[in-house]
Structures are given as C-alpha cells and as structure tokens.
Design a protein around this ligand. Sequence first.
Ligand code: TYD
Length: 136
Amino acid sequence: SMSNVKHIKFIEIPKVHDERGSLAVIEKDVLPFEIKRVYYLFDVPSSSYRGGHAHKEQESIIIALSGSFEVIVDDGFSRERIMLNKPTQGLFISTNVWREIDNFSSGAVCLVLASTTYNEAEYIRDYQDFKNHVTG
Ligand code: TYD
C-alpha cells in the first residue's frame, strides 16, 4: 500500500496512446461511485491554499488534469502529502478525510469528480470539529 491514511486510494485511469497523443477515459466501471458533479480549479496562484475541509457525505476523485499540486490527506490519525502530476492518476478520497491542496504549479488544473451535488451542510470546515467527528 502507498499510504497509511485510510479511506484513500489511487485509481489508474486507462489511456490510449499513439503518435497523435494520449486519450484517457473515465468510464463508470473504473469508479467506486456514480458521478453527480464535476468541478475544477484553474488559474490558481501558486501561493494558494485550497481545501481545508472534510465531507460527511461526498466522495471525491481528484485528478491533476494539467500541471501539478499537492494534496494533504488526514484521516484523523495519520496525515500524508501526496503530489499529483499525472492526468491518468486519480486520488479517491472517501468521506471523513480532511484534505488540503497547495503548491499549485503554473497552469495547474485540479479536476474533482464528486459523488454528490453541492451541499454546504455536509462540509466539515473546522479541523477540531473534524477530529471530534472521526475520533468520537
Ligand atoms: P471551497 O469549498 O472554498 O473550495 P476549495 O475546496 O477548493 O477550497 O469553495 C469555493 C466557493 O465555491 C465557495 O463559495 C463554495 C462554492 N462552491 C459551489 O458553489 N459549488 C461547488 O460545487 C463547490 C465545490 C464550491
């Protein structure tokens, strides 16, 4: 396993490569959930800090479609910093995982596939609230 943090895993996105370039395909059978929403971060200043929350209901897959950035994942017990820099690598993050995103490269695009529609009520935006939520 690549991580001590629970409730995360890498998903390899199949690609078709030839002399004209590469094409990656996300079909429902490579995903652990049904997509309800897609959003993406772009034009992100390199000094930006994003995320800083966990979800009670939403599961996510984060993909560096272009450029690179780092995702800190924290299950309340272990914390890891993961660099994403390949458009064929998805980082699956289940519910109740604190995440932060920083160190965006110039031109970075952060794609998020989400299992839910947007609902601010299912966010945990305070780290101490998160710790209390997962450790009881
Ligand atoms: P925020 O959660 O702060 O983004 P990040 O997790 O990348 O730091 O969201 C930024 C703003 O966008 C905030 O006002 C909520 C809004 N938003 C939506 O309206 N719909 C969405 O699907 C998302 C993800 C955010």
